[in-house]
Design a protein. Structure first.
Length: 119
């Protein structure tokens, strides 16, 4: 498994566990293990937290992200301008290099450990 894949796996678990398995778009509750970490924008945005939220498999896979509702939820949660902010980030983001991924991995491992301590 690559370092980026390892970071994504940890990040995905954090997102799904923090949401307690509640789908960002349809609000259905599942076990966090049965959910996905769904993206609003794809590309170099895997580690932009405002761009990735817990989604049930129906919304993420079968409804292709349920993006109309996803956009409404983003605005509800982050306010007007979030869509434009994510659009801009999509064009200015880049793939983290190895050193940045190492730092990210250390930080998100610590964050996951704190979540585990709370359970």
């Amino acid at each position: 498994m690559s370092l980026k894949d390892e970071c994504w796996k940890i990040q995905s678990e954090i997102i799904r566990r923090k949401a307690k398995g509640v789908c960002f778009t349809c609000k259905e509750k599942k076990d966090w293990k049965d959910c996905d970490a769904g993206h609003f924008k794809h590309g170099c945005m895997d580690f932009v937290r405002k761009n990735v939220h817990c989604q049930c498999k129906k919304c993420n896979k079968y409804l292709h992200g349920n993006l109309d509702v996803y956009a409404l939820r983003l605005i509800e949660n982050y306010g007007n301008g979030i869509i434009e902010e994510l659009d801009k980030l999509k064009w200015t983001s880049y793939e983290p290099n190895y050193e940045e991924l190492q730092i990210l991995r250390a930080n998100i491992k610590e964050e996951l450990a704190q979540i585990n301590d709370q359970d």
